[in-house]
Design a protein around this ligand. Sequence first.
Ligand SMILES: NC(=O)c1ccc[n+]([C@@H]2O[C@H](COP(=O)([O-])OP(=O)(O)OC[C@H]3O[C@@H](n4cnc5c(N)ncnc54)[C@H](O)[C@@H]3O)[C@@H](O)[C@H]2O)c1
Length: 307
Amino acid sequence: MKIIVVTGGAGFIGSNTVELLCDLGFHVRVIDDLSFGYRDFVDPRAEFTQASIGDREKVLKILNGADAVIHFAASSIIKFSIENPAFYIQNNILNGTVLLEAMRETGVKKIIFSSSASVYGEPDRVPIQEGDSKRPLQPYGATKLAFEAILSAYYNSYGIESVSLRYFNAYGPRDEQKPATRAVPMWIKEILSGETVKTYWKGSQRRDYVFVKDIAKAHVDVLDLKGCHVFNIGSGEGVLMKDILSEIISLTGKSPTVEDQGERMGDPKILVADISSIKKAVGWQPKFNLHDGLLETVSYYKKRLNL
Ligand SMILES: NC(=O)c1ccc[n+]([C@@H]2O[C@H](COP(=O)([O-])OP(=O)(O)OC[C@H]3O[C@@H](n4cnc5c(N)ncnc54)[C@H](O)[C@@H]3O)[C@@H](O)[C@H]2O)c1
């Protein structure tokens, strides 16, 4: 049985991936400092250690005998990264490097890294291909791009294989960001609680939404890939934010008041992934359409909020 260490496994995407890995029979060790995650999100079949990836001694112990690392742990609220870039550099790059050094010391030779579409900034064209220009708009995106570069160096210098997965817009159960900044969970909670729903740009931005269970599956699919790779993870299709809102409204059966907040700075008009590279490399492609993914997400929040 393969032993997989999952950093940030108590968070949104991490906990969904841990569940899938356990279902598939992997032995999973989670390390999460619970700065943003939730202990009860971690599948009971997984081992859990509450610690930071910057804690070298604890990381060395957890890595002992592991076959691979799936690295979700990071600070990921864009607004906070603009307010405190040094903290984001510390956690996403320097603490991440403690993890890489511990991998070197323990001989763990494979890491799957959560990168982000934010490495691209305002795209030259859509759909965006992995080799397109990268001009991060905020420190968060810069930390992701920097860590991808570090992974490339660790492959070339020490043979540590890596796959960086640049997620576009993730959505699904257990998206409990504190504070909530992502549209889908915010809208669902606002609609279910009878609050006014807030939009920007009258919902005219086009985005690429990918369901969290599809993202989780991508991590499993690339586990045995040799070398050092970077892939986009999205649906490959752009959807207008106002159409997502309409779908959520129809799934909840409510009639919320919608208030548009106007234009928002630093918000690209359109972000859509070209996902042909990962499809070609390992055959991964999303299985959930937006309707089915949103249906599962709405059911989750109904239960969570007791509504
Ligand atoms: N959710 C998205 O739409 C999205 C998009 C692109 C990239 N990402 C990236 O995917 C990863 C997972 O995102 P998420 O939405 O699940 O975030 P999340 O905040 O729900 O999960 C991150 C987890 O990492 C933990 N953590 C943070 N710093 C840590 C540290 N130093 N040591 C140990 N644990 C630590 C947190 O407690 C949390 O449980 C992150 O790296 C994020 O930047 C997310």
